[in-house]
Every structure is written in structure tokens, then in C-alpha cells.
Design a protein around this ligand. Structure first.
Ligand code: HEM
Length: 229
């Protein structure tokens, strides 16, 4: 399968071209990392302090705030529009989660880390006037949230007793029906986007960059992380 082959659906080409990079952000079992376990590994192991979970959530808010804004801005675009599903908006979920975790004044009490600022700057640069850039960043976060994100949801419920309510609403996608079917539909939208060979390459490159931005954010969070629950 080559990326250029017109018969290769874009969703498959994208996954093939980025899966090795995805594996780079997934902690491997038993592998000790130089800075200790990452935030996601600690969450999955039930060893993430609630303060660090809150910090992760707060940083993610800045990312989704821009993705939500871009979804509204791109809704009428023929390529990006089909991905702008209002039910994916995380705004209400963040409000519920961060109000509970931090307090009603959460917006005044959170600041983006340097890595978050760089990520958000990139989103602002590419998601509002380049449909392929929007799709790249939308895909990286939302298909991730609907996949591995569901393991984080389960781990957060187990560790902190959120019961799928405030605290973990960010990972709960009630408005889109069955998640597996939704992901299939999402891949069909990727296939129907009509990207030519050059645009495929650009979008794939942007997804690889999106992984870098996420990894940098997680690494900066890990440096400030508590070492015990
Ligand atoms: C501990 C960390 C993670 C775990 C355990 C994990 C797990 C998974 C799993 C099991 C899938 C496959 C689901 C399927 O085939 O339907 C998946 C897909 C995906 N994940 Fe992750 N993930 C992690 C971190 C991340 C991160 C940090 C991102 C990006 C910010 C991400 C983005 C994605 C994307 C975009 C897909 C869809 C790939 C595709 O089928 O095209 N994941 N993840």
C-alpha cells in the first residue's frame, strides 16, 4: 500500500503513516522512562495524583477551546464542514469538569504551559483557513479521545470515583451514539474529503506534528508532576 495509490482510502493511508508515531506516545509496559512515568501512564496505572489529573485537564481545555472555535468557523467549508459535529464540542464538559475540580472561577485560575501555548498557536495558524490542517488536528485529538481516551475515562472513574459525571465528562461522548460506529463514519469522512496526493502528504505531516505538540505538552506536565498519589 502506498500513500499515493488512489485506491488506498485516506483513512487507511493516514493510519499507516502515523501509527508508529502514535506508538511513541503510548507508554510501553515495563519500560522505565528517564523522567519517571508519564502522565498518561500514571493515569492508566491508577497512580496519578488528582492535582496532576486536574492540571492535564486544564491544559487540554486550551486546546479544545480553539478546536471548538475552529469547528464553528469551518462548519460551512466543503472539506472541513463534515467534521464539524456540534456534539463533539467539549465546552460544556470542560465547564462541568473544571468547575468541580478547581471551582466556579476555574477560568481565572488556569494558565497555559509553554508547550500548550505553542500547540494553541499552531492550531490558530492552520485550523481556520486550511481545511486540511483543521482535519489533521481534529482527527488527532478526537479519534484519540474516542479510542485510547476511553481507557483514560475508565481509569479516572476508577481512581477518583467520578462515576462518568463531572471530573470526567470530557471523555464522555453521549451525543454521537455508538463510538465504534461513529469512528467508522469518521473514517468514511476522511476518505470522502477528496485530498489529492500532495494534500494527503501535507495533512499527514500535520498529524505527525500534532503528535509532537501533544508529546511536548505531556512532557512539560510530567516535569511538574507529583511523584506519589
Ligand atoms: C496511553 C496513551 C494512549 C493509548 C493507550 C492509546 C490507545 C489507542 C488505541 C487502542 C487506539 C486504537 C483504536 C481503534 O483502532 O479504533 C488508538 C487510536 C488513536 N489514538 Fe491513541 N492512545 C494513547 C494516546 C494517544 C495520544 C496522546 C493521541 C494524540 C494526541 C492519540 C491519538 C490517537 C488517534 C488519532 C487514534 C486513531 C488512529 C486511527 O485509527 O486512525 N492517542 N489509541
Amino acid at each position: 500500500m502506498t500513500l499515493d495509490a488512489p485506491t488506498t482510502p485516506f483513512s487507511a493511508a493516514l493510519r499507516q503513516a502515523t501509527w508508529a508515531r502514535h506508538e511513541g506516545v503510548v507508554p510501553s509496559e515495563g519500560e522505565s522512562e528517564p523522567d519517571g512515568p508519564g502522565v498518561l501512564a500514571a493515569l492508566l496505572a491508577g497512580e496519578l495524583h488528582l492535582d496532576d489529573y486536574t492540571a492535564l485537564h486544564a491544559q487540554q481545555f486550551f486546546v479544545y477551546d480553539v478546536l471548538d472555535e475552529a469547528s464553528r468557523a469551518m462548519a460551512g467549508d466543503p472539506v472541513a464542514g463534515p467534521f464539524c459535529v456540534p456534539e463533539l464540542s467539549r465546552a460544556a464538559a470542560f465547564d462541568a469538569d473544571l468547575s468541580m475540580l478547581i471551582g466556579a472561577d476555574w477560568r481565572d485560575r488556569i494558565t497555559p504551559l509553554a508547550a500548550t501555548t505553542r500547540y494553541v498557536d499552531r492550531l490558530r495558524r492552520v485550523c481556520f483557513d486550511w481545511p486540511g490542517g483543521f482535519v489533521a488536528h481534529h482527527y488527532t485529538r478526537f479519534l484519540g479521545d474516542l479510542s485510547g481516551g476511553q481507557a483514560f475515562r475508565a481509569a479516572a472513574n476508577d481512581s477518583y470515583g467520578f462515576g462518568d459525571g463531572p471530573g470526567v465528562s470530557f471523555y464522555v461522548f453521549d451525543g454521537i451514539g455508538d463510538l465504534t460506529e461513529f469512528k467508522q463514519g469518521y473514517r468514511a469522512r476522511l476518505d470522502a474529503a477528496g485530498f489529492g496526493p500532495e494534500e494527503r502528504r501535507r495533512v499527514i505531516a500535520e498529524v505527525l506534528d500534532a503528535y509532537d505538540y501533544n508529546e511536548a505538552l505531556l512532557a512539560e506536565l510530567a516535569r511538574g508532576m507529583r511523584r506519589s498519589v
